[in-house]
Design a protein around this ligand. Structure first.
Ligand code: FAD
Length: 442
């Protein structure tokens, strides 16, 4: 994520830099030129990153491969949005500081503003007013997004206003960008960003995000393997295009909660060509807590997907394979094992670690044991924190064979993943490849 955002920012700064290099030095005094270029650069970065966030919000499947999966695209979207708001705030502060620059350095030396007159001048005035108003709303939205206690289901509806705010800010950028920008690299880049962000906003406002990947089906079985886990099995029509083991889908079950949108869940079963998908859903919030009592056989269900690159076929056959599941993060591994059972001869040598808070009452322990029973190349290790047998990076790192590359596939709580990744990176350095699925979008 950091390399992508850095490269994007570098591209915008480079295009702006070309423009600054061609600047007529006599166009104004140094303080005013710094003020003006600061305003331009912060504005370019703000609208550029906002355009990127808008494009990523459309769930672009084509970008899954280069960006590493839809979960990473969501995180990139989130951070592009946060950074855009930071630059927008900076842009606003610079704009507000013109009286200060005037008081300290005087009005002399301020670059001349070209008066175009007429309609264009009116559009620029409107652009200024609209930009200021939209920036306040974007900043409020970012605060709500970062305030995790604000319920997701309300935030989701407020977040739908973002394409409208984007269009307002795109108008602001288009009418207030210096007119001579449009014939230069910086203007061409700005035009491309505004065009792609505008198309993405229209797609979002028309409700077309993910529509081509939506398929209707019916719930065929419901059970509760544990008090806080609901297993839902669904059958879909012929339009379901199949999935790779480890992918996820957005699920909407009719009649469960009309105010809730689609929730992302991993498809916890392999694709057996029968258009049947199994979901294992843990009670982690208001929707998932009430699911067990509200879902029943025969209810209509819609899935949108499949998405994700946490897939079995990507594992590196030359590296030592370590698969780590924490709690409900076991679901992609259930799908992987289900898939491997259909072709056991191709199963790689794997150490599968499952970390649980109470093995005795955990239905996934027996499920994993039965799936692994047919797969001799998969060594299952259960780590039960209730008995003090937690999985630590030191325990994993100790078992390393010298010189061997290791590929870790991790799905589970974020802090647990961070701890393991940092500990293993310290021990194994560049020989480690740590791949993880994020179960968080906001
Ligand atoms: C790629 C992926 C795969 C997942 N696979 C599984 C799985 O196999 N089994 C499982 O039990 N859980 C899975 N989750 C987590 C699951 O989506 C959330 O636990 C669930 O949506 C929480 O909803 P809630 O309303 O009960 O909780 P809330 O308390 O309302 O939300 C808790 C958090 O869940 C996320 N969330 C809530 N609603 C949505 C939504 N509509 N869309 C996106 N994110 C939302 C937000 O980050 C929110 O802050 C997965 C998540 C992702 C991103």
């Amino acid at each position: 994520m950091i390399p992508v955002l850095s490269a994007f920012i570098a591209l915008v700064v480079f295009a702006w830099g070309l423009d600054v290099a061609a600047l007529d030095r006599g166009a104004g005094s140094l303080p005013w030129l710094v003020y003006e270029q600061g305003l331009h650069l912060s504005g370019l970065l703000a609208i550029g990153l906002m355009s990127l966030a808008m494009v990523l919000a459309t769930r672009p499947v084509l970008l899954e491969r280069p960006l590493g999966g839809m979960d990473r695209i969501f995180r990139l979207h989130k951070w592009a949005g946060i950074l855009a708001a930071v630059f927008a705030a900076l842009h606003w502060l610079i704009e507000m500081s013109d009286d200060l620059v005037k008081a300290v350095f005087g009005r002399a030396g301020r670059p001349e503003e070209r008066e175009s007159g007429g309609l264009f001048e009116m559009l620029r005035d409107a652009g200024e007013e609209i930009g200021e108003f939209a920036i306040y709303l974007v900043l409020a939205m970012i605060v709500l997004s970062l305030w995790k206690r604000f319920p997701y289901k309300f935030w989701r509806h407020l977040h739908r206003a973002m394409p409208v705010l984007y269009l307002l800010l795109a108008f602001h950028a288009a009418v207030l960008a210096p007119p001579d920008y449009w014939t230069r690299p910086v203007g061409l880049l700005l035009a491309a960003l505004l065009a792609s962000g505008t198309v993405a906003s229209v797609v979002a406002l028309a409700g077309r995000i993910g529509r081509d990947r939506r398929v209707r089906g019916v719930v065929t079985a419901v059970s509760s393997p544990a008090p806080d886990v609901t297993e839902v099995v669904c059958l879909f029509g012929g339009e379901w295009r199949g999935h790779q083991a480890g992918q996820f889908a957005f699920v909407t079950i009719a009649g469960v909660d009309r105010f809730e949108g689609a929730h992302p869940f991993t498809i916890a079963s392999a694709d057996h060509g029968d258009r049947t998908l199994t979901f294992q859903i843990k009670a982690l919030g208001d929707y998932t807590r009430h699911l067990a009592s509200r879902v029943a056989v025969g209810q209509a269900v819609t899935v949108e997907g499949p998405y994700g690159r946490f897939v079995l076929d990507r594992h590196d056959r030359k590296a030592r394979q370590i698969w780590i599941a924490g709690g409900i993060g076991v679901t992609p591994f259930l799908a992987w094992l289900d898939e491997l059972r259909t072709r056991p001869a191709e199963a790689p040598q794997v150490e599968l670690h499952y970390s649980t808070r109470g093995a005795a009452a955990d239905p996934f322990v027996t499920r994993l044991q039965s799936l692994c029973a047919d797969l001799p190349s998969v060594t299952l290790r259960i780590h039960d924190s209730a008995t003090g047998a937690s999985l630590t990076p030191d325990a994993l790192a100790g078992a390393r064979t010298a010189g061997q590359r290791a590929e870790v596939w991790f799905c589970g709580p974020r802090h647990f993943g961070d701890q393991l990744q940092a500990g293993l990176r310290r021990a194994w350095g560049g020989r480690l490849r740590f791949r993880r699925e994020a179960f968080e979008m906001r």
